[in-house]
Design a protein around this ligand. Structure first.
Ligand SMILES: C[S@@+](CC[C@H](N)C(=O)[O-])C[C@H]1O[C@@H](n2cnc3c(N)ncnc32)[C@H](O)[C@@H]1O
Length: 292
């Protein structure tokens, strides 16, 4: 039996028929039932993500400056994983990905360099509900180091996984926020080139853990330095593409005013007009597929 689907293509509406095999392939990396596709109103399918305020359900908290909104891992996991599969986050921070994974019934391993941050993430995870009885682990370690990857593999083996089904990476945006004094911290990379090199090592370390045909999600913004827009997003994208991935989507997400800039909008407008630049109001969410 085929399935009818109406697609808007270049302004035209066309109707195509999908075979059962195509439908099966389409749902193999998530739990969506495409026979019911109209019911998934909460799932974003456009490249412009206007997410609005941060979701604050469960143990999610905005106490960590530099964390991303839970809506990002939620969207990625619903589209690109099935319940019971494994998600890895090499820049776990306060565990937004892991908390959301636990809520959605995905196993998750995070790596975080700063011990106090990792410990706080563990506390939040232990307080979060675990409706599907999955496991989560947050390792204190350096994701540029292969020894850390070995520890990730040990956890995977203990849980019976030979590969992961999703990688979510939210690295520092170079030195915009310094997360620690540790020289291994990507936010302390002495130059932009050193930052890209360290980021590329993390991709090289973790890409082999990902099942072919599955997704790596990169969340990153650009920075401004010495009167110049530094396209960290595009430069890190090039690094990922160098490790056997193809770009499936490049989404742009709105940035809500953060604590630092709140109430100072007029000052920034003045600076922008004077300095001939535009104020950052977006960051990128990039979706890469590991080639088979
Ligand atoms: C942008 S934050 C990620 C925030 C996270 N998505 C959240 O929602 O909490 C980047 C994190 O990477 C960590 N980090 C920096 N260098 C690292 C490294 N070499 N290995 C592991 N973690 C690192 C920082 O300490 C920081 O917590």
């Amino acid at each position: 039996m085929g399935q009818s689907e109406r697609l808007g293509v270049g302004g035209y509406v066309v109707t195509c028929r999908k075979t059962s095999a195509e439908v099966r392939i389409g749902v193999a990396i998530n739990d969506l039932d495409l026979e019911q596709w109209e019911a998934y109103e909460d799932l974003i399918t456009d490249s412009l993500w206007l997410l609005g305020p941060r979701a604050n359900h469960g143990m999610h908290t905005s106490e960590y400056w530099g964390n991303f909104v839970p809506q990002i891992p939620y969207q990625a996991m619903r589209r690109f994983t099935r319940r019971g599969e494994l998600v890895i986050d090499p820049f776990a921070g306060l565990g937004t990905t892991l908390i959301e994974a636990q809520r959605l019934g995905r196993f998750a391993i995070g790596v975080e360099l700063v011990p106090q941050v990792a410990k706080r993430a563990r506390e939040l995870l232990d307080l979060e509900e675990n409706p599907y009885g999955v496991q989560t682990e947050i390792l204190i370690g350096d994701s540029t180091d292969l020894e850390t990857v070995e520890r990730v593999r040990e956890t995977m083996a203990r849980w019976g996984f030979s590969s992961a089904q999703l990688l979510i990476m939210h690295p520092p945006y170079h030195d915009i926020i310094r997360f620690s004094e540790d020289p291994r911290d990507l936010s302390n990379a002495p130059t932009e080139e050193a930052f890209y090199e360290a980021f590329a090592r993390v991709v090289a370390n973790f890409a082999p853990l990902l099942e072919p045909g599955r997704f790596l999600v990169l969340v990153i913004g650009d920075k401004y330095a010495r009167g110049e827009w530094i396209p960290l997003g595009f430069r890190t994208m090039e690094r990922v593409l160098g490790y056997g991935f193809r770009l499936k989507s490049l989404c742009v997400k709105d940035i809500q005013e953060n604590r630092g800039k709140r109430g100072r909008y007029h000052l920034w407008r003045y600076r922008a007009l004077k300095g001939n630049f535009y104020i950052f109001k977006h960051e990128y969410i990039m979706f890469f597929e590991r080639t088979r």
